[in-house]
Design a binder for this molecule. Structure first.
Ligand SMILES: [Zn+2]
Length: 306
């Protein structure tokens, strides 16, 4: 399920693209709708569009933006809410020229939760931003956004989706959308589809945990590969697996032993996960990728137990 591909087709994004085409870009935007994730994805799509004309989701620049590692696209708040320290950080970063792209972009998510002090501090920056800096603020409501901020930004109110479009998207992704989700989501795409994301995430987590606990022999690998290598959610399962070993690595660094402590086992597993990710990008056969990865993990686990 790729919500970026859905939201890029929204009327609101179409309108934004026209602004770019007519060279009418402002230096600061405030995106708003009651759908938090829709706001966040839309903000990122702006950054994608300004760095990759076609928004291909595939080139180095798109991938960096999607993974939050692009040096010129900075995402705030750093913690839960936007606070004075965030404004100060932006103030420090703002004069550093962009490294890879034409613009330095600051995305501030959930700006409705920003503190008043942080907003006042940001206001000063918005009054005189350097050239080629773009601010994209987003908010689920405007009640707590200072009027002085509002007057400095161009507002974009996101439009709802036609429910039919959401149904088509759900069908394409094999999601069985019920009437309740549609009514409850009320045309807001991410709100409507969120329950599936959560349900799928939980399901994938269970699959991965089951493999890690119960895969003991190469016969098991055959059994588990089937489930692990299903197309739907494959990438998410890889990410869950990686996260699991990230946590184990932290344990090892903190001198807490686990069954992967010995022989650089975790580093070896990271290599195998990376390899699987590369193979996925190269469109290799999923069963082969899964088989190779699970067999690799089993081997590493075996040698670590020696
Ligand atoms: Zn691209």
């Amino acid at each position: 399920m790729n919500l970026f591909e859905l939201i890029i087709k929204s009327k609101s994004f179409d309108q934004f693209v026209k602004l770019v085409e007519f060279d009418k870009l402002s230096h600061a935007y405030l995106i708003f709708s009651p759908d938090e994730e829709y706001n966040e994805i839309f903000s990122k799509l702006i950054a994608l569009k300004l760095n990759c004309e076609k928004v291909c989701f595939d080139c180095a620049s798109c991938v960096k933006i999607l993974n939050n590692t692009h040096p010129d696209v900075l995402i705030y708040p750093k913690n839960k809410n936007f606070v004075v320290e965030d404004s100060e950080k932006i103030n420090d970063e703002i004069n550093v020229l962009p490294m890879l792209s034409q613009y330095k972009i600051f995305i501030i998510n959930n700006f409705n939760k920003a503190t008043i002090q942080a907003q006042n501090k940001l206001l000063k920056i918005l009054e005189e931003p350097p050239k080629n800096v773009l601010f994209i603020l987003n908010a689920t409501n405007l009640n707590s956004v200072l009027p002085t901020i509002m007057s400095r930004v161009q507002q974009i109110e996101l439009s709802k989706f036609d429910k039919k479009e959401i149904i088509t998207f759900a069908d394409k992704n094999n999601l069985d959308l019920n009437g309740f989700a549609l009514d409850d989501g009320d045309g807001w795409p991410c709100k409507t589809l969120k329950q599936f994301k959560d349900a799928n995430f939980e399901k994938n987590n269970i699959i991965v945990q089951n493999i890690l606990q119960n895969m003991k022999t190469s016969k098991d690998v055959v059994k588990f590969t089937n489930e692990f290598s299903q197309k739907e959610g494959f990438e998410e399962r890889l990410n869950i697996l990686e996260k699991y070993f990230d946590n184990l690595l932290i344990d090892v660094i903190n001198n807490k032993n686990n069954e992967y402590t010995k022989n650089d086992a975790i580093a070896q597993i990271f290599c195998k996960i990376n390899q699987a990710k590369k193979q996925l990008q190269a469109n290799c056969n999923l069963s082969l990728i899964g088989d190779c990865l699970l067999m690799g993990i089993l081997e590493v686990k075996y040698y670590a137990s020696k």
